[in-house]
Design a protein around this ligand. Sequence first.
Ligand code: HXC
Length: 274
Amino acid sequence: MAPTAAAYVQPIADSTSVFKEDIFKGKVLFCTGGGSGICRGMTEAMMRHGANATIVGRKLDRLQQTAKELSEATGRECLPVQADVRQPATLEEAVAKTIEKFGRIDFVICGAAGNFLAPISGVSENAFKTVIEIDTIGTYSTIKATIAHVRASKGAYIHVSATLHYNGTPYQVHVSAAKAGVDALSAVLAVEEGPHGVRSNVIAPGPIANTEGMDRLSPKNVDKDKFNAYPVGRQGDVKDIANATVFLFSPAASYITGQVLPVDGGSEHTRYQL
Ligand code: HXC
């Protein structure tokens, strides 16, 4: 039986963040894919540093549970809103609900993603299109739905990408194409919106332990020892992505835009990415 979403929850109370707890006080985060996994951890870190948040996803019960847990853990408000990034109208509704509740949007995490392992010959046209629709077009639609508000607050975007398209990663043709598109979208957004005070960067997570994504991508008999061969000698943790998020959204990163930040323990430079 597949593990439940709760099996992947990794509270980051013992975050190694060195930032002040209230640096995002009065700010609002809008996060797609925030109901679980890496994006949940990114949201928790932002809330622990003072932000209120809207989390968006397809499964309302999971979003509601996550919102409750994050609010209890951080003392900040978290609004769960059901929306599918493949349906722009639902995103626009989620933005409207966010504005109604919080009055502004400062930060956006484009994190909703879909993935599975399959060789090119096993990826149907619809399967390929589905991942492009979630990852790439979903990012485009999220930007379109939020940009006016992010401009108004001179805020910032973080797009969750990957490192697997830097090389030819087998069984990942759909996601490799989709994430390359996400990286390109972010760069254009940074250039076009920079003059309006908006920044846009990409975080490219490496293999992050105890996430649904990693479970989906790791062959069942994966040799865990291979992670020792990574430059930092371990698999990543949600906390690692959360800390990078806090940094990139913080004023400490105000001169950083249009960049891709791999948070992967240096695995990009090894032969082992998954
Ligand atoms: C081949 C597959 C497949 C598989 C689905 N499909 N799984 N093809 N191998 N294992 C095909 C289906 O047969 C169908 O094509 C098409 O994909 C759409 O599938 P649906 O199930 O109808 O779509 P949907 O319910 O919308 O699900 C979308 C999904 C699914 C992407 C297929 O996996 C999903 O919802 N995932 C969300 C959660 C997730 O993956 N999170 C992890 C992200 S991690 P046909 O032709 O039959 O109609 C991540 C990490 C990046 O992104 C890298 C880190 C290193």
